[in-house]
Design a protein around this ligand. Structure first.
Ligand code: COA
Length: 391
């Protein structure tokens, strides 16, 4: 792609939840050796939303600094990717649009396909900018990952939102053609409309993910993509950070490359720093990995990054991006680290209380206590309507 035609990620910001549960606390409660979590799945803690936080409050907190920096004049589209939506009809992005005071001349839509949807949102955004290079698209990925208490998935919960401004002449990462895409009808992870927690066949999901790595790479190669050796880093969807290691080892093996542990860590190590502490954030997870890479790696200018986005069910996409000269001046590294550091440690009892919480479905007024220190909060439910407010 010529530099004149470049479209990609112009700004990137994330937010996470008020509370954090460490895996040491979880292990002490359920009797597992904590090494299973720290070394076995590569997780040390998970973000837990306060009672007055959800995908909307995290999304607005992630997007507000992006809008503050660039203004809203050129944003004509907001695409909100999530698999833990708060409503079956209304797009969660409309609440964000309202909280951020975006212009009425905006289209807002929600996308779903498990953890993959933010990549669909990014590609659709690129298509819109390609049609009119003056426009920008606000892509938001926000999720609260929730499994049953005591289930194998419990240790892979988490919560975060990533906001990305997609524009022509991006300041951070140019997204390239082609993509390698892959779809397979598999029930490895799903959540029927009547359930608040996901159902997952953990082993099946790991092998479905690895199958998708091969499938996307095959298509990417057939579409004329880069050779494996051209990439300086790889950013994988991370349901737990060990999965990124498994996936990259699988890709290297598949391509007949060296799979030494040091070699793998060199290419993906920096993408796992934030996810290790935040846990699975579903749609946001891979883009949190990108934030972690940009914030924590040495200068990546001009390097190609390979992205592998996987969403159970399943849909996956492999694509490349090139890191833009001068990108470091536009990062939000200190704010990102502070968002992780400022979370309040909670004990198992508080975690359990938050996990089991749900709104009565009676349509009455249900105000929510003030807990979050974030900029936006869920004030309550009234007449079946969620009420949001600046804190
Ligand atoms: N010290 C070090 N490692 C240990 C350990 C210990 N004491 N005990 C276990 N481990 C390792 C295991 O060897 C295993 O590693 P491996 O996968 O490299 O073999 C890892 O820790 C996990 O142990 P396992 O017994 O397989 O865990 P589990 O049955 O509780 O489930 C998942 C693991 C991933 C299946 C489960 O967390 C899950 O269902 N997650 C949700 C779904 C998901 O994230 N899917 C991913 C694709 S989207």
């Amino acid at each position: 792609m010529s530099e004149d035609a470049a479209i990609g990620i112009h700004d990137l910001s994330f937010a996470t939840a008020q509370f954090v549960l460490t895996h040491a606390t979880l292990a002490a409660e359920n009797g597992y050796d904590v090494a299973k979590y720290h070394a076995g799945i590569g997780q040390r803690s998970m973000s837990v939303p306060a009672a007055d936080e959800d995908i909307v409050t995290m999304a607005a907190a992630a997007a507000a600094p992006v809008v503050a920096r660039h203004g809203a004049d050129r944003i004509r589209t907001v695409v909100f990717a999530t698999e833990t939506s708060v409503d079956q009809a209304k797009a969660a992005g409309i609440h964000v649009h309202s909280l951020l005071g975006l212009p009425s001349a905006t289209r807002v839509v929600e996308l779903k396909q498990a953890c993959y949807a933010a990549t669909a949102a990014l590609q659709f955004a690129i298509g819109l900018v390609h049609r009119d290079r003056a426009q920008q698209v606000l892509v938001i990925a926000s999720d609260v990952s929730k499994y049953e208490l005591g289930s194998p998935g419990e240790a892979t919960q988490g919560a975060a939102a990533v906001a990305m401004l997609v524009s022509a002449d991006p300041a951070l990462v140019r997204i390239e053609d082609p993509s390698g895409v892959y779809t397979a009808d598999i029930m490895d992870f799903w959540r029927p409309n009547y359930r608040t927690t996901a159902l997952v066949d953990g082993r099946e999901s790991v092998s479905a993910y690895l199958q998708a790595v091969e499938g996307t790479w095959k298509d990417y190669t057939e579409q004329g993509g880069r050779a494996l050796g051209e990439f300086g880093a790889f950013c994988y969807h991370q349901p737990f950070t060990k999965m990124a290691y498994k996936a990259h080892r699988h890709l290297l093996q598949h391509c007949g490359h060296n799979t030494g542990a040091g070699e793998i860590a060199r290419f993906i190590g920096h993408t796992t720093t934030y996810n290790t502490e935040i846990g699975n954030s579903y749609t946001a997870s891979m883009y949190l990995g990108l934030a972690s890479l940009l914030d924590n790696a040495d200068d990546l200018t001009g390097q190609a990054v390979g992205f592998l986005s996987y969403g159970s069910g399943s849909v996956a996409e492999f694509f490349a991006g090139t890191v833009v000269p001068g990108y470091r001046a536009h990062l939000r590294s200190e704010v990102h680290r502070a968002a992780i550091a400022r979370r309040q440690d909670i004990d198992y009892a508080k975690y359990r209380e938050l996990h089991e919480r749900s709104f009565p479905a009676d349509g009455a007024d249900h105000p929510v206590e003030r807990e979050t220190a974030g900029p936006y909060r869920l004030a309550g439910l009234s007449g079946h309507k969620r009420i949001y407010e600046p804190r």
